[in-house]
Design a protein around this ligand. Structure first.
Ligand code: ATP
Length: 569
């Protein structure tokens, strides 16, 4: 009998502790569910069980292994539930974050969403397993595409290369400027740029270490290990581990050089002085005549000299020793937006579109539409349409209208044989104009005045951008590595054949993108592209330069030097 109590007591005890455990488990489960529900409200990230990912990757079979990087192995898999093909990154257990820390980091990564970033689909934190699940990108890495082009495929042409550079710049600009706090990539390189089937670039491996507040030139000391890849890492970073967005700009410059040359960032099979791409390129930067020698021979000289000059100039600016002298990625992006439109002969296939940071700019432009745009604007071409992104519709439409109007004006000018450019002013003299014109009230543009120029100056966040049809003009007040000047220029040159010889000759004086040795700070830093060859100029230009104080949104000059000037403070 007495056995019963003996039996029953422990049993009872056991039963009560197991009830407690069950209760706890239920509570834990409920909490997890509500946490997950909260998370899923904020993110579309899926939470996978290890089993699901093991099934997707055939139990992480070798045949599914895509490769192994600094964070762990990456497998190709197919999700059973949806059939989606994914890349599963199994993070090394060594140095794993705790569950909470991992989730926090992953959830913030899950919020990053840009067409030029590889999308994080979900994650798994099961026991000591940590896995990240990404969209699978099928076209291989940029490195492979450049170094080992598929025999059945044509080598990437110049325009494709510039489009890839532009796309990568857009992805990076998103991380630097659109994400708060900004994400510093740390390890941008050709093997971290994946290409989809349409050769659209997607940055991968970003943001695994998100940094805290502060960006731009505010140096951020890193508590974690120094990452990056030799040949791509900015000198200040490799020296002392100091990291800023400008370190990413350096790496971007190296990638751009790779796109131009198809050389590797670091190639130990080459003679000593050619192993490091940047060191090899530095002396060439100083001698524009040698630029064509840099180019990948597979391009068979099918590129415009102007396009090449500008691309090299951008790359040379990005890889400057002094971080503050490097441009912001947003400026690089705008510059590349033009280069990516040029075809082999340097003529854009589509009307250049700028991606405005500040919507007030497009509002400011539309304010002037009645004066600038003809009542029946031309219908946008297919090219125009395809260049239009949904969020930029309004600004793009305005630009289209303006460009259409500009075309009409140009035609009228030609008809009247007024070949001399509108006001004959040098793009470099903008500042003088600005000062003269600041106090003048807005004036309507006189459509009958054939020589009237259409010059639009608008606020580009903290940058001003001038548009005149076609040519990008951007001034750099940056110190080149050697203290010398690095030059290049870009223009759409769509009408250059029609231009007067006299004007062409004048323009030869401004042949290069000059790195003036004035300032090393971002505030006064600007990019300057100018006409660089003998093809002339139709006085249509686009320049970027930043101003610190006044916000100027509109300036429309006529031939007499008068202008429509609109300011906001
Ligand atoms: N989303 C993806 N789609 C397709 N392939 C991918 C994807 N992510 C990674 N890969 C491939 O998996 C391999 C390993 O990638 P991972 O990014 O881990 O390392 P890595 O870029 O080679 O090296 P590192 O860690 O130094 O950047 C690479 O070949 C990469 O191209």
């Amino acid at each position: 009998m007495h056995c019963f109590p003996c039996f029953s007591t422990p049993r009872n005890k056991k039963s009560s502790s197991s009830d407690e455990a069950n209760n706890n488990e239920v509570k834990l489960h409920e909490r997890r569910q509500s946490d997950e529900a909260e998370q899923s409200e904020e993110t579309t990230l899926k939470i996978f069980s290890f089993r699901e990912l093991a099934t997707a990757t055939k139990n992480f079979r070798q045949e599914c292994l895509l490769g192994e990087g600094g964070f762990g192995r990456v497998y190709k898999g197919t999700l059973k539930s949806t059939g989606q093909v994914v890349a599963v990154k199994q993070l090394d257990k060594h140095g794993l974050h705790g569950n909470k820390e991992f989730q926090t980091e992953v959830l913030s990564l899950g919020q990053l969403d840009h067409p030029n970033l590889v999308k994080l689909v979900g994650y798994c934190a099961d026991g000591d397993q940590r896995l990240l699940v990404y969209d699978y990108i099928s076209g291989g890495t940029l490195e492979d595409n450049l170094q080992e082009p598929k025999p059945d495929r044509e080598p990437m042409d110049w325009t494709m290369r510039m489009q890839i550079a532009y796309g990568a710049a857009q992805g990076l600009e998103y991380l630097h400027d659109k994400v708060d706090p900004p994400v510093i990539y740390r390890d941008l390189k050709a093997s971290n740029i994946l290409l989809d089937n349409d050769l659209c670039p997607k940055l991968c491996d970003f943001g695994l270490h998100k940094l805290g507040p502060g960006t731009g030139d505010k140096m951020m000391a890193l508590s974690s290990r120094v990452m990056g890849t030799y040949g791509y890492s900015a000198p200040e970073y490799t020296r002392g581990g100091t990291l800023t967005t400008k370190s990413d700009v350096y790496s971007f410059g190296v990638v751009l050089l790779e796109l131009i040359t198809s050389r590797k960032a670091l190639d130990t099979t080459k003679p000593n002085d050619e192993q490091n791409l940047v060191s090899w390129a530095q002396p060439i930067f100083r001698d524009p005549k040698r630029y064509p020698d840099m180019v990948d021979p597979l391009l068979k000289k099918k590129f415009s000299e102007r396009g090449l000059n500008q691309a090299v100039a951008i790359a040379s600016m990005c890889v400057q020793e002094e971080p503050t002298a490097r441009p912001l990625i947003s400026d690089v992006m705008v510059a590349l937006s033009f280069l990516s439109m040029s075809t082999e002969d340097g003529i854009p296939t589509a009307v250049p579109m700028l991606s405005f940071k500040d919507k007030s700019m497009s509002i400011a432009l539309s304010r002037h539409d009645s004066n600038l745009v003809s009542p029946t604007p031309e219908v946008a071409t297919e090219d125009d349409k395809s260049s239009t992104s949904s969020d930029e519709d309004s600004s793009v439409d305005n630009e289209k209208e303006m460009v259409s109007n500009k075309k009409k004006k140009k035609k009228l000018e030609e008809e009247d044989s007024l070949t001399e450019s509108d006001d004959g002013s040098d793009s470099n003299s903008d500042d003088e104009h600005e000062n003269d014109q600041e106090s003048q009230p807005p004036k309507p543009v006189d459509e009958k005045n054939q020589a009237q120029s259409l010059k639009i100056k608008y606020r580009y966040s903290w940058e001003d951008v001038d548009i005149n049809e076609g040519r990008l003009s951007s001034k750099s007040s940056q110190k080149s590595n050697d203290g010398g000047s690095i030059s290049s220029g870009y223009e759409s040159n769509k009408d250059h054949d029609d231009l007067p010889k006299e004007k062409e000759e004048k323009e030869e004086d401004h042949t290069h993108l000059e790195h003036m040795q004035s300032s090393k700070t971002d505030d006064s830093q600007s990019i300057y592209f100018d006409d660089d060859d003998d093809s002339g100029d139709d006085n249509e230009e686009v320049s970027l330069h930043r101003v610190k104080s006044e916000v100027e949104v509109g300036s429309f000059e006529d031939d007499s030097g008068d202008s429509l000037h609109h300011t906001e403070s």
